[in-house]
Design a protein around this ligand. Structure first.
Ligand SMILES: Nc1ncnc2c1ncn2[C@@H]1O[C@H](COP(=O)(O)OP(=O)(O)O)[C@@H](O)[C@H]1O
Ligand SMILES: [Mg+2]
Length: 209
């Protein structure tokens, strides 16, 4: 595998992405590695406005097409403003959600043709793919139950069937791409993190043993 410097965390709502990605970021800092943690949507100033429209603002109604293009716009800006400059400066970038979320939610969940989503992802990222992606897989009921403990966003209010389609699309993606490592997101937090560390220790050199 190419040295992992751009690492993304993916998975359904409540699967543990934010928890695990922040733990990895903190471990990298502890080991003295130059790293940043960022997320989508909302990794930039304009992105935070987009995020609010996409997820939080109850007064904003978006068509599925508008939603799709706003995620793509958020990502293009995020890459230009945060991800590319950090990679160019030699930093490790840990990103909580990225292009696979668009495939899982907008193709799996909303039903847009996957070929169109793949093309849009390619265009909006300028071809910038993660070196490595951890997919936290959990049964949809578990993820939603965990997420219900916080203020839920617009996607978390979607039906169980929607979330099952999202989960399945993530698993399909993982099957077709060795960049994506599937983890059992229903295991305890510490157990999952240990699997992540061991994977990185065995497959790249960003983490000390
Ligand atoms: N492996 C786990 N087992 C039990 N609870 C977890 C686990 N991972 C995360 N949680 C809890 O579930 C909730 C959602 O986790 P979070 O990391 O925010 O998920 P995501 O970012 O994927 O939506 C949080 O309250 C978190 O503490
Ligand atoms: Mg999160």
């Amino acid at each position: 595998m190419k040295e992992a410097v751009f690492i993304t965390f993916e998975g359904p709502d409540g699967s543990g992405k934010t928890t695990q990605s922040k733990m990895l970021y903190e471990e990298l800092l502890r080991q003295g590695r130059p790293a940043i943690w960022t997320r989508e949507p909302g990794g930039t100033k304009s992105g935070r406005k987009i995020r609010s429209m996409l997820l939080d603002d109850p007064g904003v109604e978006l068509s599925p097409e508008t939603e799709l293009f706003l995620f793509a716009a958020d990502r293009a800006q995020h890459i230009a403003e945060i991800i590319r400059p950090a990679l160019d400066a030699g930093k490790i970038v840990i990103c909580d959600r990225y292009m696979d979320s668009t495939t899982a939610y907008q193709s799996g969940g909303r039903g847009f043709p996957v070929e169109m989503i793949v093309a849009l992802n390619e265009y909006s990222t300028g071809g910038l793919r993660p070196d490595l992606t951890f997919l936290l897989d959990v049964p949809s009921g578990i993820g939603l139950k965990r997420a219900a403990g916080r203020k839920t966003d617009k996607f978390e209010q979607e039906s169980l069937v929607f979330h099952q389609r999202v989960r399945q699309k993530y698993l399909d993606l993982a099957q077709s791409d060795s960049r994506i490592v599937v983890l059992d997101g229903s295991a305890p937090i510490k157990t999952i993190f240990q699997v992540i560390l061991t994977y990185l220790q065995n497959n790249c050199s960003i983490i000390n043993k």
